[in-house]
Design a protein around this ligand. Sequence first.
Ligand code: HMG
Ligand code: MG
Length: 305
Amino acid sequence: MAERVRITDVSPRDGLQNEPLRADGSSIPTEDKARLVRALSLTGVDEIEVTSFVSPRWVPQLGDAAELCKLVTRSKPLGLSMSALVPNEKGMQALLAANESVGMKLIDKASVFAAASETFSRKNTNATIAETIERFRPIVPTARDHGLAVRGYVSCIIACPFEGVVTPEAVLAVCKQLEELGVDEIDLGDTIGAGCTETMAALLACVTSEIDPARLVLHLHDTFGRAAECVRVALAMGIRSFDGSAAGLGGCPYASTETSRAPGNIATNLLVRTIHDAGYETGVDLEKLAEASRVAQEITAGAPA
Ligand code: HMG
Ligand code: MG
């Protein structure tokens, strides 16, 4: 039997966070976001990254995290995980309050996010790498107390939009700090899609020299159309968990520079097809995924570029 690979669709979070507000200052309606989550919940993906409990001043598009949770309580079949980003204790408390208000552990994983580049860390979280790690320290035991898993992201694993090349050793150093905090999994983010087969292989060789590949997730943006080849390299090196985004939406607003908007994630359908073609199983229904991608496109259509 083919080996199973785990798929997380991050489109409701990474996909939508970079969508500009409409001309009247409004965000994508919460009901539309719920439609996307519902469509994804039917596809067979293992996890949906539903939203972010971050400051609405920093990410106005996702200021409705708690309301969205209320609209998707019936869209969590057995075995489907739902996660959300939390940058600090305030975000963690907001996540717990959202779960409490719906009377269930709807969000079962809290995802903290650090970076391997100091400039990106400051731009994204107004904190140094060391300060972000300290912010996460109390989040992990709180998550444990409430039976939640914890994902730790490391952004800029290949390159930073402001500093350029990031060394594998710098990435490994942050991975080790997250591991020491006690996160369940470490998600390696190629934030600007800079990776190619050679750099991805070098990065993964370095990280897996000290971190068990079974605890790693790969989160690729697809700027230059090289994400699929990076998936193949990662599969060969033992990675069995990947993030994708319906319709390839996505990008971190704080990875955009004056001349270029942050690139989208690898489309989940390309990710899944690449994994199937390499001889692995995912449990994802490609037709239902196509329908979810259609919803993702529909709810973002008409948004200013
Ligand atoms: P700060 O301004 O230093 O925070 O931002 P602060 O503690 O000084 O608080 C400032 C205000 O924000 C206060 O409000 C706080 O209450 C409020 P005021 O009193 O001024 O009205 N605040 C919050 N409100 C709601 N929820 C919260 C929260 N925290 C503070 N959790 C902070 C620091 C971390 C909050 C800010 O920088 C932030 O929210 N950053 C998030 C940026 C973000 O979401 N980026 C995108 C996600 S990361 C990503 O996309 C990469 C990834 O996809 C992987 C990859 O591709 O590499 C994961
Ligand atoms: Mg991302």
